[in-house]
Design a protein around this ligand. Structure first.
Ligand SMILES: NC(=O)c1ccc[n+]([C@@H]2O[C@H](COP(=O)([O-])OP(=O)(O)OC[C@H]3O[C@@H](n4cnc5c(N)ncnc54)[C@H](OP(=O)(O)O)[C@@H]3O)[C@@H](O)[C@H]2O)c1
Length: 333
């Protein structure tokens, strides 16, 4: 079996460590493995498949000789180093938002637009975590009833903001001195409608990512979609309340049937038995969980649903590894 040489930039972070976990669990054929991060992490030991690896400092020189380099170290690092890795022959799978809206960069969710993997010029972008779980749930419905408009409100885990965000929540809960303040406000026992930076028009960058990335992945540039993104003190996954208006009339039972057989989707919809998606159940799982399906009687062809997925797995690491798998599969056909 062919083995692939892999680099992980941001290997000590929440997403980087999860990528390693996913590569191992999915038995990805890893050959040479290099774990990269900042100078402060040089020598950090990380185990993979029973072997101990030592973290190295990211430099342009170390980016040679890879088949795939996964980037999860933030936008500026991707901007500077991803083109170098690509130019040196690797296929870069980038978790930052730097390249997502570039015309020449495929933005891929394998359950939705897998055919795009072969259209790369060295870099494939992994979409925003909230966008990934939403499009996995919406694509099968769009194919059948055509979506006219989406209104989405998110309830996003602190893990979506990196290790320092998790540390802040834990320090606040345990009432110990804060190691580093990641958020502008207390997050324990609180929530705020503020993820990423604000723009002049009042929207946040996270909200615009959901709008623009959804249109690009679903290849529907005129799709009507509006988002409100909220940070909550949960760990394990993001929740999304999604209101959809379809062009065509639908039967609720038919919606459930379509979602039950949709790739990557698990229907968890038995509210009378208190069964509906929750981050504690989605934690460390790869699927997108959908429930609370009900008609919106205020509009024609309206549907309400609740969607939860682990933002570090399907929202980041799993989707990135699936992109590499999809590429290998299609390339060898
Ligand atoms: N968390 C999520 O749910 C999620 C989902 C989708 C996408 N993403 C994206 O993934 C990226 C990483 O997120 P995260 O949550 O894993 O953050 P994190 O826990 O803060 O980890 C950041 C990682 O980047 C490394 N790093 C930072 N600056 C670097 C530099 N100049 N050179 C080399 N390495 C550097 C850090 O290394 P040190 O440990 O040495 O500092 C660490 O390994 C971000 O772009 C984020 O937007 C995150």
């Amino acid at each position: 079996m062919k083995l692939y040489d892999i680099g992980i930039v941001g290997s000590t972070g929440l997403v980087g460590r999860k990528i390693l976990e996913v590569l191992e669990q999915r038995k990805f054929p890893v050959g040479k493995l290099h774990l990269l991060a900042t100078e402060k992490s040089i020598g950090t030991q990380i185990d993979f498949k029973g072997k101990t690896y030592f973290v190295e400092k990211l430099t342009a020189d170390v980016l040679s000789g890879f088949d795939f380099v996964f980037f999860s170290a933030g936008g500026p690092v991707s901007k500077e180093f991803a083109p170098i890795a690509a130019q040196k022959g690797a296929l870069v799978i980038d978790n930052s938002s730097t390249f997502r809206m570039e015309d020449w960069v495929p933005l891929v969710v394998p359950e939705v637009n897998p055919h795009k993997v072969l259209k790369h010029k060295g870099i494939i972008a992994n979409p925003n975590c909230s966008t990934i779980q939403m499009v996995v749930a919406l694509k099968p419905l769009h194919d059948k009833w055509k979506i006219k408009r989406i209104i989405v409100s998110t309830y996003q885990s602190v893990t979506g903001a990196g290790q320092y965000a998790v540390d802040q929540l834990e320090d606040e809960v345990h009432k110990v001195p804060m190691r580093k303040q990641k958020f502008p406000h207390q997050i324990a026992y609180n929530c705020f409608p503020h993820i990423d930076i604000f723009y002049e028009d009042g929207y946040t960058r996270e909200e615009l990512k959901m709008v623009n990335e959804t249109r690009k992945i679903m290849e529907e540039p005129a799709l009507k979609i509006t988002a409100t993104c909220v940070r909550i003190p949960s760990i394990g996954g993001h929740g999304e309340a999604i209101n959809i208006e379809f062009e065509k009339p639908f039967e609720l039972e038919e919606v459930k049937k379509v979602l039950s057989s949709a790739p990557g989707v698990v229907l968890q919809d038995d509210p009378m038995q208190n069964i509906y998606p929750m981050p504690i159940w989605a934690h460390n799982r790869d699927e997108v969980f959908v429930g609370r399906l009900r008609r919106d009687e205020t509009i024609k062809n309206g549907l309400n649903m609740w969607v939860v997925s682990d933002n570090l797995r399907k929202g980041a690491a799993t989707n990135a590894v699936q992109i590499a798998e999809e590429y290998i599969l299609r390339k060898s056909v």
